[in-house]
Design a protein around this ligand. Sequence first.
Ligand code: AMP
Length: 403
Amino acid sequence: MDTILVVNAGSSSVKFQIFAIEGDGALRRQLKGQVDGIGSRPRLRATGADGDTLADRAYPIESIADVAAALTVAGAWLRDERRITPLAVGHRVVHGGPDHDRPVPVDHGLVARLERYTALAPLHQPYNLAPIKSLLANLPALPQVACFDTAFHRGHKDVADQYAIPHQLYDEGVRRYGFHGLSYEYIARTLPKVAPEIAAGRIIVAHLGSGASMCALQGGRSVESTMGFTALDGLPMGTRPGQIDAGVVLYLLTTKGMRPDAVQDFLYRECGLKGLSGISNDMRELLTSSDPRAAFAVDYFVYRAGLHAGMLAAALQGIDAFVFTAGIGENSSAIRERIAEQLGWLGVALDRAENAKHSLKISQTGSRIPVYVVPTDEERMIAEHTLSVLWASRFNAKREKAS
Ligand code: AMP
């Protein structure tokens, strides 16, 4: 059966999934896996559609020293042991810059253009591009598709897309891009199926995971995001501070004399829940800790979520529904309950029993604003995009040949 390989590569792990293309074009998840511990304790793990273990093996550090090597190991395992040779590969690429409002086929020119955005997403972009480059070099005939986290937000109005800085910087690409777009696009496409009564309305979607943001959806399209030029802005995250006065960065550079790369490292890796609690970036750990700093980090997260929801409600001029998704949003009834309390003034009333069960709809029948939990699936979104781009390029190739 034909398959699509989805690759989501980070600095220390390469996650991958295989989707089988059914006769009617539907996609069925066949397996998921990851190579983690790259450069430290490399390990390949994979599970089948039912969660059954397909692989769990350690590798010597020198055999998987970087992201490209991790993909080579995963690719060899898929080919030699699972007999899978995918029809195409879809990649998550965090930054598509100002020009990309949809996924695109990969070629050398695209990679060169995307490399320009490395400074805007230093912890993601180079690692997203590494497997693309490696496949271009080693399997040039294999179709690849780049799917961007920024693309879904490209239709924002100018007032939502700009900072109050001279226009020349906007023209250079200093814009409020917004991220987690593949997740929001998946939710926007899923709502008509699971909650048709709200799908066309004004919705705030809260993607609360190790990275966290909110998106204002209107008629299934993104109109505002809490994230901006980089994925540092907006809500506090596992290790990123979220919204912060640019003056703090100046203070670190001048008064504290920190080097720019140290400031970058600090902002991406040492702040957020980890920085505030001094304990962990993991919400589960903070919720079970008895340390008052852990409790404060959770209080801060909840408070800021409420503030940003208020901002997006203003962008939408009122809201018709609120949706939770991603690791914290899908799994933590405690955090959902506390954020819902913050949204009481907007007309949110949670149903505690439904919330505890992680039901689809977790608000009371009489709640003015209904609240939902909708699991996200960025990998499926990438697989769907990859298949569409593949079909479109085959169709265009046939048409060109015929004309
Ligand atoms: P993600 O990046 O979407 O995988 O989400 C990761 C975050 O979700 C981490 O902070 C986890 O601690 C958090 N998370 C996952 N399950 C739970 C849970 N049951 N309760 C609280 N937080 C959770």
